[in-house]
Design a protein around this ligand. Structure first.
Ligand code: AMP
Ligand code: MG
Length: 451
């Protein structure tokens, strides 16, 4: 069917199809000449002013690349805050961490044993004394001498190695060492970990326990961190009621904003839950406009093909650029990502599993990058299937699963589809399928996304 669609206003992509051939597609820096990989469905959006371009369908990998690329090319410059070291965990570093001195400051022993000259071994040496951690030995060892030394103590002058106490026989002031030793064995040389004024950590690094230890090591009592991005969360739907209301049989409590708030916090963002938008144009528009005043807007629901799914139309009327509005994944196919009023937004499908999964695989990285993180990754691990498994090809599926305690085995779970919240609580992971593969047998490797 010959179709030609020209976007109205500022659109980031150009889509044309004549006969069966797609000529050229550009969205957010992604470019292809292969229609098969990009288009599974064609949909046109209608603004109040007329028809606008069909928005693209992407594969999981393409959609992820599109999100990362758009976030990385946006000039994100969060404000800087100074926080105490004990409040810095989970925050993103806003300035470099510089080494205040050499680490180690002095060459020191990494074992309990005897400081020696390697060339004296094997041999029977005279013990001239001891040095404990937290002390410094004033003397110098001479040929044929050893100094008893504890882990962490500075190596005495004259010595070049440490022999472990387990390899020595001590009798009075003599120590017998029956083996030879390479020079420098069991010794950590001065400045081997860091030099004075060396940059040890760059801005954009998320601070975990090792990073907090590093900051403590160099004596930082306060830390410059980026302000948390403010993320608006807007649920849409006539059937949704607030938690303090009693739902009628045909109504549903607003659980998506709660799961999203947790996920946003986990990604380093600050969630701002807006009132529910009813499936009415004006109400949805006003709340969407309000949501676009935050650093990013997450909408839940209203992005499917139903008569009252009006989110895309509202966004289009607000001048949105759409980077994609469908991704070949399950759950969560009708997923919208774009920019309006200079703010990124995601229109997440409303079914709870779809909302959770799409945030986790796309939204989470966006929040991390908005928060000043230099990199956002989505680690998928590999495990072995505990049972045979089949799927219909075409989609990358994220299916609730149970990963064994040692991570060696993963089992798909029975579930009732993307509305099934109770099943999601029993899962600790999602199986991630390859879209082109139909079947797996027990013992086959498969990718896993941790919950
Ligand atoms: P939608 O994407 O708007 O078509 O919504 C699909 C389904 O997701 C709805 O029928 C609800 O069952 C569910 N849903 C939508 N929004 C929410 C929400 N905020 N909290 C919990 N479930 C929701
Ligand atoms: Mg809805």
């Amino acid at each position: 069917m010959p179709v030609e669609v020209k976007p109205l206003g500022a659109r980031r992509f150009l889509w044309r199809q004549r006969g069966q051939r797609t000529r050229k597609v550009i969205f957010g820096g992604l470019q292809t000449h292969d229609p098969q990989t990009h288009f599974a469905a064609v949909r046109s959006l209608h603004t109040s002013k007329g028809t606008i371009a069909v928005v693209a369908t992407l594969t999981f990998e393409q959609a992820r690349q599109c999100v990362l690329q758009n976030l990385c090319t946006a000039k994100i410059q969060p404000q800087v805050e100074i926080v105490g070291l004990s409040d810095a965990a989970g925050r993103v570093l806003a300035g470099p961490v510089v080494s205040d001195r050499d680490y180690p400051t002095l060459t020191r022993s990494v074992r309990d044993g005897f400081a020696v000259r390697a060339q004296d071994l094997p041999g029977d040496l005279f013990v001239i004394g001891e040095v404990r951690a937290g002390e410094s030995f004033a003397g110098e060892i001479q040929p044929g001498e050893a100094l008893e030394i504890m882990t962490g103590a500075p190596l005495p002058r004259g010595a070049d190695s440490v022999v472990m106490v387990e390899h020595c026989t001590v009798a009075g002031d003599r120590v017998t060492i029956p083996r030879s030793l390479a020079r420098g064995e069991n010794v950590s040389p001065q400045a081997s970990q860091a030099r004075t004024n060396e940059v040890l950590l760059e801005a954009g690094h998320r601070l975990g326990f090792a990073e907090i230890a590093l900051l403590a090591m160099v004596g930082s009592k306060t830390v410059p961190v980026f302000a948390r991005p403010q993320i608006a969360i807007l649920a849409t739907g006539d059937e949704i009621v607030e938690l303090n209301e009693t739902p009628l049989d045909y109504q549903i409590r607003n659980s998506n904003v709660e799961s999203l708030a947790v996920q946003v916090k986990r990604a380093g963002g600050c969630p701002n839950i807006l009132p529910i938008a009813r499936d009415l144009y004006q109400a949805t528009r006003e709340l969407t406009e309000h949501g676009l005043r935050f650093d990013m807007l997450l909408l839940s629901g209203g992005v499917s093909a139903g008569k009252y799914d009006i989110v895309e139309r509202v966004l289009a009327d607000l001048g949105a650029e759409f980077y994609f509005d469908r991704v070949l994944i399950m759950p969560g196919q009708p997923l919208v990502f774009g920019k309006a009023r200079d703010k990124f937004f995601f229109g997440l499908p409303g079914n709870p599993a779809s909302t959770m999964v799409t945030f986790e695989i796309f939204g989470r990285s966006a929040v991390e990058l908005l928060g000043g993180q230099k990199e956002a990754c989505l680690p998928l691990v590999w495990s072995k299937l505990s049972q045979d498994f089949r799927q219909k090809t075409g989609l990358t599926r994220f299916l609730p699963a149970v990963l064994s305690a040692d991570g060696a085995q993963v089992s798909p779970m029975a579930w009732q589809g993307s509305g099934d919240v109770p099943s999601l609580t029993r899962a600790n992971a999602f199986l991630v399928t390859e879209p082109g593969r139909e079947s797996w047998t027990a013992g086959d490797w498969i990718r896993v996304l941790l919950k």
